[in-house]
Design a protein around this ligand. Structure first.
Ligand SMILES: CC(C)(COP(=O)(O)OP(=O)(O)OC[C@H]1O[C@@H](n2cnc3c(N)ncnc32)[C@H](O)[C@@H]1OP(=O)(O)O)[C@@H](O)C(=O)NCCC(=O)NCCS
Length: 233
């Protein structure tokens, strides 16, 4: 495993477990390290201490990656139900579907431990937990500038379904995955756009395209949109 500070043996071992209130200070500390390291503060909107406390009290909803050196990765599950911030509302979901929405929020990995696929591992674990709770519709927001997070979400089967402003004016893609069906869409009419071209995202989404992949070239981050032949919407 890649990482600094720990002995090789300590580094090669990690566990993923639910976190509790007792882990609060470690989560706050880790989030501070992640924020300090961010090249662009727009990429990650931090959780307030109040929010973190709330999630850690509802113990099934906060997950941590721990190595010998302590907490190095974090992710939260939130079931928004009737709350106004249910991202299903941005996708015009029905009242029934809104009840089955789960959000993945506040995912981060210690900068020294990046490149071990911990975000992917956390997503997989998180989806298993969400499945066991009985929710089908999993949603999250990712900045169009966040190449690494977009790549991991697409790799986990999420699709961009909307782009809008969140968190007091930050541009966010809304990504969606229905974990109750196994979808293997065949993509047609592929269009590759600059991730920074927000109007192009909106136009394609309005025309029934979905964002399904990300790449990088001399123009920067590129998002791959297409229409699903199986008619996924
Ligand atoms: C997004 C994030 C959790 C991914 O971390 P991760 O799971 O360790 O990433 P991966 O294992 O997929 O990394 C794959 C490669 O990208 C690199 N990478 C990952 N995140 C990176 C970052 N923020 N900056 C530069 N390189 C990064 C890794 O070093 C690795 O490179 P390698 O293949 O040369 O070894 C992490 O970048 C992070 O915590 N970012 C800040 C908070 C954030 O944006 N959270 C998501 C909000 S939606």
């Amino acid at each position: 495993m890649k990482g600094r500070g720990d002995s090789h043996e300590a580094r090669s071992k990690y566990i993923i477990r639910f976190l509790t209130e007792y882990d609060l200070q470690d989560v706050i500390k880790l989030q501070e390290i992640v924020l300090h390291d961010l090249k662009d503060p727009e990429i990650y909107y931090p959780a307030s201490q109040e929010k973190l406390k709330k999630y850690l009290r509802e113990k099934t909803f906060a997950l941590g990656v721990l190595t010998g050196g302590g907490l190095i990765g974090f992710s939260c599950i939130n079931i928004p139900g009737d709350e106004p911030d249910n991202l299903g509302r941005d996708l015009a979901m029905s009242k029934e579907d809104l009840k089955e929405v789960a959000h993945i929020k506040f995912s981060f990995v210690h900068p020294d431990y990046r490149g071990n696929s911990f975000q992917l591992k956390l997503i997989k674990y998180t989806l298993d937990v969400i499945n066991s709770i009985g929710c089908c519709h999993v949603l999250c927001t990712v900045s169009p500038k966040n190449y690494y997070s977009l790549r991991n979400m697409f790799q986990s089967g999420f699709l961009i379904k909307e782009i809008t402003k969140k968190y007091g004016g930050l541009i966010r893609c809304i990504l969606f995955k229905n974990i109750c069906i196994s979808a293997h869409p065949t993509w047609q009419d592929v269009m590759i756009i600059k991730s920074s071209d927000i109007e192009a995202h909106k136009k394609l989404l309005n025309e029934g395209f979905l964002g399904f992949n990300v790449s990088k070239d001399q123009n920067g981050i590129m998002i791959h949109y297409a229409r699903s032949q199986t008619g996924d919407k």
